[in-house]
Design a binder for this molecule. Structure first.
Ligand SMILES: C[S@@+](CC[C@H](N)C(=O)[O-])C[C@H]1O[C@@H](n2cnc3c(N)ncnc32)[C@H](O)[C@@H]1O
Length: 250
C-alpha cells in the first residue's frame, strides 16, 4: 500500500505539475549541507563514499556530493522531481520508490535524507521510513537527516500569507502563495499556484496538506528502534530559518 507521504509526492503541485519551479523557489545554499556530510564521512575514513540520497528532490544536494567525489544513488516517490535529479546526476542509479517501504540492500556508506521525514505524519510511516533508511546502511554506515524541529516550527507557523513569483521562461510566471498554521503537533500548509503564460488563460490550483516536525526525544526513540544507537543532534545546516535539526546517526 502506498504511504500517504508518497501519495503526497505525486499530488502536491510543488513536487509534480510545478516541479520545474522547485529550484527557483527553494534556494537555500547547498554547500553547507554537502560540506557537513563530506567532512563527517572523511572523519570516519569513508571517502569516497557510496551514498543514497533518500527523497532527493531535484538532486541539488546529490549533485554536490557527486562533485565532492562520492558515488550517489537517488530515490524519490515523485516521478517529476526524480527525473530532474537524474538530469542533474546522470551517473546516479535512480530508484522510484516509497521510502516507507524501501527494499534496497544494505550497501551504502551513508544515507542522506534532507527535508523529507516531516512529510510523514503518522507514527507508523515515520517509524517505517527511518527503518527503511537504516536498512540501507552497510555496517558502520552513517545516516544524515535534516528535519523540522517541533517548538521552533510551531512558533514560525503564524498564519501569515507568503507570496513569491518566479519566472519560468518564455514569458511564463508562477505565483506561489502559502500559509502555515499549527494544529496539535502538525503544520497545516495551504498552497496556491497561479500559472500565467502568454496568450493562455491563467491556471490556478491549490493544495492543502500537513507536515509533522520532530522533537529530539522522538528522533532518538525512532532511531534507537531502528538499531541506530549513536545519535548526534545539532542545529540545521545551510537553512535560512532556525527551525531545523541536523542529525547524524549510526
Ligand atoms: C521538501 S522535498 C526535499 C528534497 C531534497 N531532499 C532537498 O533537500 O531539496 C521532500 C522530498 O521528499 C520526497 N518524499 C516525501 N515522502 C516520500 C516518500 N514516502 N517516499 C519517497 N519520497 C518521498 C518528495 O517527493 C520530495 O522530493
Amino acid at each position: 500500500m502506498v504511504s500517504s507521504s508518497a501519495r503526497g509526492s505525486s499530488e502536491r503541485p510543488f513536487y509534480a505539475r510545478h516541479a520545474e519551479a522547485y529550484d527557483l523557489l527553494i534556494t537555500d545554499p547547498v554547500e553547507p549541507w554537502v560540506g557537513a556530510v563530506h567532512d563527517r564521512l572523511r572523519s570516519v575514513g569513508r571517502t569516497p563514499a557510496v551514498v543514497l540520497d533518500a527523497g532527493c528532490g531535484t538532486g541539488r544536494h546529490a549533485a554536490g556530493l557527486v562533485a565532492a567525489g562520492h558515488r550517489v544513488d537517488l530515490v524519490d516517490a515523485s516521478a517529476d522531481l526524480l527525473s530532474l535529479a537524474v538530469t542533474r546526476c546522470p551517473s546516479a542509479r535512480a530508484i522510484s520508490a516509497d521510502l516507507c517501504e524501501l527494499d534496497v540492500p544494505p550497501v551504502y556508506d551513508a544515507v542522506t535524507c534532507r527535508g523529507v521525514l516531516n512529510d510523514m505524519i503518522s507514527d507508523r510511516e515515520r517509524a517505517a521510513a527511518v527503518r527503511s533508511l537504516a536498512g540501507c546502511l552497510n555496517p558502520g554506515g552513517l545516516l544524515f537527516l535534516d528535519v523540522r524541529e517541533e517548538r521552533a516550527s510551531q512558533s514560525r507557523a503564524d498564519g501569515a500569507t507568503h507570496r513569491r513569483q518566479v519566472d519560468l521562461g518564455d514569458g511564463a510566471r508562477l505565483t506561489f502563495t502559502s500559509r502555515t498554521t499549527w494544529s496539535e503537533g502538525t503544520l497545516r500548509v495551504e498552497e496556491e499556484y497561479d500559472l500565467a503564460r502568454p496568450g493562455m488563460p491563467e491556471q490556478r490550483s491549490g493544495y492543502t496538506f500537513a507536515m509533522q516536525p520532530w522533537s529530539e526525544a522522538e528522533l532518538r526513540a525512532v532511531l534507537h528502534d531502528s538499531g541506530l544507537r549513536t545519535v548526534q543532534i545539532s542545529p540545521g545546516v545551510g537553512r535560512r530559518t532556525a527551525d531545523r535539526l541536523f542529525v547524524v546517526a549510526h
